[in-house]
Design a protein around this ligand. Structure first.
Ligand SMILES: NC(=O)c1ccc[n+]([C@@H]2O[C@H](COP(=O)([O-])OP(=O)(O)OC[C@H]3O[C@@H](n4cnc5c(N)ncnc54)[C@H](OP(=O)(O)O)[C@@H]3O)[C@@H](O)[C@H]2O)c1
Length: 317
C-alpha cells in the first residue's frame, strides 16, 4: 500500500509516497482503508520537527474517514466493512495520509451513512478541538456571547456552527471575503480581523462570555480587555511561544484562561459520535475547500500554511 512518509524533518518537499507493507492491527486497534484524510496545521509542525514524533520514517495525518478493513484482538465495537471517522493520529501512532492506517478503537467512531468520507475527515480534528474548547472547557450556554477568532479556518468554521447550535450569539472574526459565508453558517456578527478598530468593534458587538482564541500570542491582551465579567477564554493556537495575559482586567473580571491541546482529550469516540449527529442534523456543515490526491500531499501542506481558504483541505488516498 502507498503511504506518504518523511525520512527526515523539513519543508513540504521531504514528503514522499512510499510503497510499504500494510500495517497489522494489534490489540484494541482497527485497520482502516482510508478514503479521506484531513490536513491540519499540526501535520506541518510534526513534519518540520517543531513537534516530536516517536520515529522516522513517519506518516503525517491526524484525521481519517474510511472503511474498517480488519480488526485486532479484543475489538468488539467495530466490524469489517464499518464506515468510520477518527482523529488523534500522526503523533504517537503513524498518521492517516496513507491508503491504510491502524487506529486505536477509541480514536474512531461510526461515520453516519448520510455523512460523506470527505465531510467526516474534514470535521474530525477541528470538531473535537472546538467541542473540547467550547463545550468541555468553556461550558458555553444558550444566549451567551461567543467570540471566535479566525472563524473561516478549519477550527473556526466548525466552532461558529457549534456555538450557534448551543443557542449562543456568535461574534466571529475573519477576512472580508468570508463574511457572507460565515453568516450563512450561523455567525450573528462578523468582523474583519484586519481592521484597526477591531477591539472597539468587538466591544460594540457585546462583551463575550466565551472566547475561542486561535492566535493567543496576538489576542490574549485584547481578549482580556473585551471579555465580560467571568468570561472563559480558551486558547488553542499560537505563532510564538510567548503570550501575555494582562493581569489587571483578568483579575478584576475573574477571567478564566485555559490553554489546551486536542490530543489530550480522554477519548475521541464519544465526541466524534456527537459531531456525527450534528452533521446529519445539518447543524454542523464541514466545508471542504480543496481536495488533493495522495501524491500531492506536499502541496496540501503548503496550502494549509500559506493560502487563504474557508474550511478544510482533504487528501484522498
Ligand atoms: N490546541 C489544539 O488542540 C489545536 C487544534 C487545532 C488547531 N490548533 C491551532 O489553531 C490554529 C488554527 O487552526 P485551523 O486548523 O483553524 O487553521 P487554518 O484552517 O489554517 O485557519 C487559520 C485561520 O486564521 C485566520 N487568520 C490568519 N491570521 C489571523 C489573524 N491575525 N487574526 C485572526 N485570524 C487570522 C485565517 O484567515 P485568512 O485566511 O483570511 O488570513 C484562517 O481563517 C492553528 O495555529 C492550529 O495549529 C490548535
Amino acid at each position: 500500500m502507498h503511504a506518504v512518509r518523511y525520512h527526515e524533518t523539513g519543508g513540504p518537499d521531504v514528503l514522499q509516497v512510499d510503497d510499504v507493507d500494510p500495517p497489522d492491527p494489534g490489540q484494541g486497534e482497527v485497520l482502516v482503508d482510508v478514503h479521506a484524510a484531513g490536513v491540519n496545521p499540526v501535520d506541518t509542525y510534526f513534519r518540520t520537527g517543531a513537534y516530536p514524533v516517536p520515529e522516522l520514517p513517519w506518516t503525517p495525518g491526524s484525521d481519517l474517514a474510511g472503511v474498517v478493513g480488519a480488526v485486532g484482538p479484543g475489538v468488539e465495537a467495530f466490524t469489517v466493512g464499518d464506515r468510520v471517522f477518527g482523529t488523534g493520529l500522526g503523533r504517537t501512532v503513524q498518521g492517516s495520509h496513507a491508503e491504510q492506517v491502524v487506529a486505536p478503537v477509541d480514536h474512531v467512531a461510526v461515520l453516519p451513512d448520510d455523512v460523506s468520507f470527505n465531510e467526516g475527515a474534514a470535521v474530525a480534528l477541528v470538531g473535537v478541538t472546538a467541542w473540547r474548547a467550547l463545550v468541555g472547557y468553556a461550558d458555553l450556554e444558550p444566549a451567551e456571547t461567543c467570540l471566535v477568532h479566525g472563524a473561516s479556518g478549519g477550527v473556526g468554521h466548525v466552532a461558529v456552527q457549534l456555538a450557534e447550535a448551543t443557542g449562543a450569539r456568535v461574534v466571529a472574526t475573519a477576512s472580508e471575503q468570508y463574511h457572507d459565508h460565515l453568516r450563512d453558517l450561523g455567525a450573528d456578527v462578523v468582523l474583519d480581523y484586519h481592521r484597526e478598530d477591531l477591539e472597539s468593534a468587538i466591544a460594540e458587538a457585546g462583551a463575550p462570555d466565551v472566547i475561542l482564541d486561535t492566535f493567543m500570542d496576538e489576542y490574549f491582551p485584547l481578549d482580556a480587555r473585551v471579555a465580560a465579567h467571568g468570561a472563559r477564554i480558551v486558547g488553542i493556537g499560537n505563532t510564538s511561544d510567548e503570550a501575555r495575559i494582562p493581569l489587571g482586567p483578568a483579575k478584576s473580571k475573574d477571567l478564566d484562561f485555559q490553554v489546551m491541546s486536542m490530543f489530550n482529550v480522554e477519548a475521541y469516540g464519544p465526541i466524534l459520535d456527537r459531531l456525527g449527529h450534528l452533521v446529519v442534523a445539518g447543524e454542523v456543515v464541514p466545508e471542504v475547500a480543496e481536495t488533493f490526491p495522495l501524491a500531492e500531499t506536499a502541496d496540501a501542506h503548503r496550502t494549509v500554511m500559506e493560502e487563504s481558504f474557508l474550511g478544510k483541505l482533504v487528501v484522498e488516498p
